[in-house]
Design a protein around this ligand. Structure first.
Ligand SMILES: NC(=O)c1ccc[n+]([C@@H]2O[C@H](COP(=O)([O-])OP(=O)(O)OC[C@H]3O[C@@H](n4cnc5c(N)ncnc54)[C@H](OP(=O)(O)O)[C@@H]3O)[C@@H](O)[C@H]2O)c1
Length: 308
């Protein structure tokens, strides 16, 4: 019966209704707004969150506010900066989800000083790049089982801050988070490097996935009023509230993300960077194919070192 259903739907145009969408970072900001919209439009959701109570409260809110008391929402718990946690949650997901249609790597943060992840990796790099890299790698086999699947990364205009590319020789951020350097743009540069990594990974992934039916795209949500940068003390909170009048609401920030997940016209489009429902302008560093290949190789090495 399932085979017949699969054969019949295979030739139909893409629709989000009944698709299984797995997302990180859906407990706040852009991700939460996207989860609301996707549930409302008929997607079945799997939320990967670090805080179970918060994730359950979000699921309850989505069900209530979308008027869909029986909306399908699974919750999986993981710290996306910990490679052991990501590996464990991927195993749980593969066990629990016979089908994944869309994977949205959205969780991310900015850190104004150097923190170490559980695996002793600089935190911004671990959370914004290495975690999504590993999660995607571990779920690829399931995504490949469909006629069409989509992988989406939340990148940022901020990738342009890393105009000289990624400092592969200093992935632990020593040159960026020195005593004064973090105030002189070092922390911004590190964030920019990780968002550049989202773009370069998208390009390399799309290249490697050609012919599989899986697309990989990323987008810039614009400046959005969320919990972003609220983890960096009073001054950062004051800065973010000053920027609020110039920021978008989370629903607007999520618009391109929802469109990338839902739009029929995007079938077959892969390896692109979008902004405001159209192709955006990536930096020159984001078009460096040798850097994209190097990023892949270095990320694999880092992960195998951590998990060995
Ligand atoms: N806001 C902007 O102006 C802007 C602009 C460009 C790009 N972005 C990107 O947009 C994405 C979403 O950010 P946002 O603005 O919506 O910020 P946000 O409101 O702070 O949301 C961040 C999300 O990531 C989750 N998260 C953070 N650390 C995590 C961890 N270690 N493990 C698992 N989940 C974790 C958070 O979970 P909790 O709810 O538990 O904290 C939350 O769900 C990020 O990738 C960010 O870089 C934002």
């Amino acid at each position: 019966m399932l085979d017949i259903l699969e054969e019949t739907t295979a030739s139909l145009p893409w629709t989000i209704r009944n698709k299984y969408v797995l997302m990180t970072g859906a407990t706040n900001g852009i991700g939460l707004a996207a989860a609301h919209a996707l549930a409302k439009n008929g997607a079945r959701l799997g939320l990967i969150a670090r805080n179970k109570d918060k994730a359950e409260a979000c699921a309850a809110r989505i069900r209530l506010e979308s008027g869909l008391s029986h909306a399908h929402i699974d919750i999986f718990i993981a710290d996306m900066s910990s490679m052991h946690s990501v590996r464990t949650v991927a195993e749980e997901i593969l066990e629990a989800c016979p089908r994944i249609d869309v994977l949205i790597n959205n969780a991310g943060a900015f850190y104004d000083r150097r923190y170490w992840s559980e695996d002793h990796v600089e935190m911004t790099w671990a959370l914004n790049h290495l975690g999504p890299f590993l999660l995607t790698t571990l779920l690829l086999s399931r995504l490949k089982e469909n006629v069409e699947s989509r992988i989406i990364f939340t990148s940022s205009h901020g990738h342009k801050m890393a105009r000289n590319g990624i400092g592969y020789g200093d992935l632990d951020g020593s040159r960026l988070y020195g005593p004064f350097k973090r105030f002189l743009g070092g922390a911004n540069l590190r964030y920019g490097e990780t968002k550049l990594a989202n773009l370069l990974y998208t390009v390399e992934l799309a290249k490697r996935l050609q012919g599989t039916g899986i697309s990989a795209n990323c987008f810039d949500p614009g400046l959005v009023s969320t919990g972003f940068n609220m983890n960096n003390g009073m001054l950062a909170k004051m800065t973010m509230s000053c920027m609020k009048p110039f920021s978008r609401m989370p629903e607007k920030g999520a618009e391109t993300l929802v469109w990338l997940a839902e739009s029929t016209e995007l079938t077959g489009q892969s390896g692109n960077y979008y902004k405001d429902l159209k192709i955006g302008n990536p930096s020159k560093a984001a078009q460096d194919l040798s850097s994209a290949a190097r990023l892949w190789e270095i990320s694999e090495q880092q992960i195998s070192h951590i998990l060995s």
